[in-house]
Design a protein around this ligand. Structure first.
Ligand SMILES: Cc1ncc(COP(=O)(O)O)c(C=O)c1O
Length: 292
């Protein structure tokens, strides 16, 4: 079941289209160059979660791409239309994936193409939360300071050019793993292809939650940010890298976190078993549940 709603100045609440029919021009620069941006967010009981954070990251990606996209109000209305349509068609599903997409538009037209797509949460995604992840380190090939030196690489923007990220996940699957953590050429831990890295220590009751530093050219995770805010209120100490692979091997637990899969424990790294903690996972999952 896919619901599609195009953002269209002639339709205030968005224009619902038939997802089984072609809707995009073959000359759209999103299709021909991967030139555009997206967001993926979770909706529960018909309401989008962390919407402000996703809309503000979408605006930051648009600024990095120098792309003019519809305003937040138009996105909100199209999301409401999409979720209403989805709930009417799938009343028994409590959650949905909402994707916001914008491209540079049809060649020569100088107007973004923008739409909202709503789908069920894939069963495989839900299963990974429970089963945990076998992860491989893969090098990304850039050093951890490249984002500041080379803004044209669009590091930290959520662009449509995710072919490399998807290739990394296929590499993991072909080598008996589930997912990947990228490392920089100077040996720093970066992020997953679709997730943020978290690790925790519990030293005599003082719990610390850490994530790689944002300046290393990674995407600012909305889930990591919301979890850090909730953990801080509960007395956790917070840390922002730099992290190296040995820090993950030494941690009391490691997770990948993102908006749809949420918090998934990493159970092995490069085939080596990691420490996991059912207690810490339960405690953090409870904090995640508060913002989903
Ligand atoms: C590269 C990358 N890093 C991190 C994340 C996690 O971000 P969020 O928690 O906002 O979903 C994503 C999400 O898809 C991602 O694509």
């Amino acid at each position: 079941m896919t619901v599609l709603v195009f953002l269209d100045p002639a339709h205030d609440d968005g224009r619902i289209v038939d997802a089984s029919q072609p809707q995009l021009m073959a000359t759209d620069l999103g299709a021909t160059r991967g030139d555009g941006l997206f967001e993926s967010l979770l909706a529960v009981d018909g309401a989008p979660r962390k919407l402000e954070a996703h809309l503000s990251r979408l605006a930051a990606s648009a600024a990095a791409l120098e792309l003019t996209v519809p305003d937040a109000g138009a996105w909100r209305r199209a999301i409401s239309t999409g979720l209403r349509e989805f709930t009417a068609a799938e009343p028994d599903r409590s959650s949905a994936v909402v994707k916001l997409l914008a491209t540079r538009g049809v060649e020569g037209a100088d107007q973004a193409t923008a739409w909202v797509q709503v789908n069920p949460v894939p069963a495989a995604t839900l299963a990974q939360r429970e089963a945990g992840l076998r992860v491989l380190f893969l090098e990304r090939g850039y050093d951890s300071t490249v984002a500041q030196r080379a803004p044209w690489l669009l590091m930290g923007a959520k662009t449509l050019s995710y072919a490399v990220n998807m290739a990394a996940v296929r590499h993991a699957k072909a080598h008996g793993a589930d997912d990947v953590i990228f490392t920089s050429s100077d040996g720093k831990v970066l992020e997953g292809p679709t997730s943020t890295v978290l690790l925790a220590h519990d030293r005599d009751g003082q719990k610390t939650l850490m994530t790689p530093q944002l300046e290393s050219g990674i995407l600012a995770g909305t889930s990591q940010s919301a979890l850090f805010a909730a953990a801080k209120e509960q007395g956790w100490e917070l840390g922002y890298g730099p992290l190296e692979p040995h820090h993950l091997h030494e941690a009391d637990a490691v997770w990948l976190i993102s908006s749809i899969r949420l918090l998934a424990p990493v159970i092995s790294l490069d085939g080596q078993e990691l420490r996991t903690s059912a207690t810490l996972t339960a405690e953090l999952t409870e904090l995640v549940d508060r913002f989903v």
